[in-house]
Design a protein around this ligand. Structure first.
Ligand SMILES: [Zn+2]
Length: 136
């Protein structure tokens, strides 16, 4: 059996790569870059943490428990999409500051984009239908 067959057999049924693994690699690189700015114990701790993160990445990549790894990635994706939409919302608040204002619905906490007209307006939430007063 040559190397190609052996590596193919080794990788058969393994989980592989996903978004969480990419994130773990980024964390590993960030820890190593941060470690360059320190000396002594702090540098050792940061490099050790980077090594642990890298080991975790390898264990996830070559794991045979594919369902469990997929569930971990689903939780990670849910968290990251929430963080991402928060930053996109903040970016849009600044980008459209002259034309829109963003408010939260008191009924369902849905984010509403309202056209900017000074004064007090009655707004009806398109998601839950609750009407409330907004001062812009
Ligand atoms: Zn609502």
């Amino acid at each position: 059996m040559n190397f190609r067959d052996r590596s193919r057999r080794f990788l058969q049924g393994r989980y592989g790569n996903d978004g969480l693994n990419v994130f773990l690699l980024v964390v590993c690189v960030l820890l190593l870059v941060t470690a360059m700015f320190f000396r002594g114990t702090v540098s050792y701790i940061l490099r050790g943490a980077a090594l642990l993160v890298l080991i975790l990445n390898f264990l996830r990549t070559f794991s045979r428990n594919r369902e469990k790894r997929a569930r971990e990635n689903a939780v990670f994706t849910r968290i990251i999409s929430g963080v991402r939409s928060f930053f996109i919302r903040q970016f849009n608040r600044i980008k459209y500051i002259k034309t829109y204002r963003y408010r939260k619905c008191p009924g369902c906490r849905n984010h509403l984009r309202l056209p900017y007209k000074k004064g007090t307006h009655t707004v009806k939430c398109p998601k839950c239908g609750k009407s409330f007063d907004v001062r812009l």
